[in-house]
Design a protein around this ligand. Sequence first.
Ligand code: ZN
Length: 358
Amino acid sequence: MRTALSNILGEYVEASDLTHGDTADFQVVCPCCRESVFKVARPEGRRRGATFFSHRKSTAETEECERRVASLSRAYVAQVNEAARGQTLEAFLRVLPAAISLDRVFYAGRDPDKVHRQMQGDAGWRFLTGMLVTLVQQPIHKDPEGRLEQTVLRCFRSLDERADEFHSAYARSFQSRLAKGIYRYLQGPEARPVLERAIRHVLWGRYVYIGQAMADGTLTEADKGVRDVLATITLRDDASRLRRFGKLMWAPDPGSLAAGHHPVSVMKAFTDAVEVDLVFLLLRLPYRRMAENLAQGRKPLDSLEPCKIGLFGLRSSAEDGARNVEAQSMPARPRPPVKEQTGHLLSLHVAPAIRRFG
Ligand SMILES: [Zn+2]
């Protein structure tokens, strides 16, 4: 048979889309007798390259199964799959904030809720969060599908090198379908509180990462705009921060100018980076294991371990970075005003500022 059923997704799957490993990972069974199936190449004489599913244990009913599966209409399969996908997405959306909290490498043992409360109490972080929420929630028609798709592909290229669980095309397509579904949900007005949390989460991850890259001397050209925006947050009084944000909005990025590229505002580079971080976060959530829990009647996040790969796909170095900032605490209230630094933004010595704030 060419079509079988994934027990954990409640969806029909095509043999041509799956690898051998996928049939086990997604618990693929015969839709009629629910016997597990495996993937085999077409016998001699048939079209080369075509594949199909075969029962693990052939019984008297196997032939009847084959006949009934072959008679399933495409429309019926599509209808079942659409309903199953809708249910899965809905179940995942209900636990989204907790699912995001599985990604906690950068919190370094801190209580994420406490970090978020501190960020909410700070004018600079609130400004950045609000700006990014507005950007993500722009009407979808202004942001053609191609853009999200490209971001997803870009993130996968970076994930592929590090995450074994996305080894197959089917695993990647399942993962990106969920990530895109959740991203579209986050663009709706009712999702605003969850989106704010997700944005603060990736902002915090960027912040820790940049602080670490500066300490290690591994800051890239692309990171510098992000550093400038984050350094602005660490200015001590709100008036100077707002002035600095205003300048950043319109300042051409000197790196792009030197390279002969069109001027790109630092803020644009920053928002692009955070948008990628958000997609990257959604792509790394353990959807398959969440679906497995659901299929067994458990809650989606039951006994799921926190993500092992942090933002930016960093494992050990992210953990080291998190350790480095662990001893430092975020100020809960504005610090006393100091004289605003003058000179070019990129010449600001922000490392001490970021580390102090870390
Ligand atoms: Zn069967």
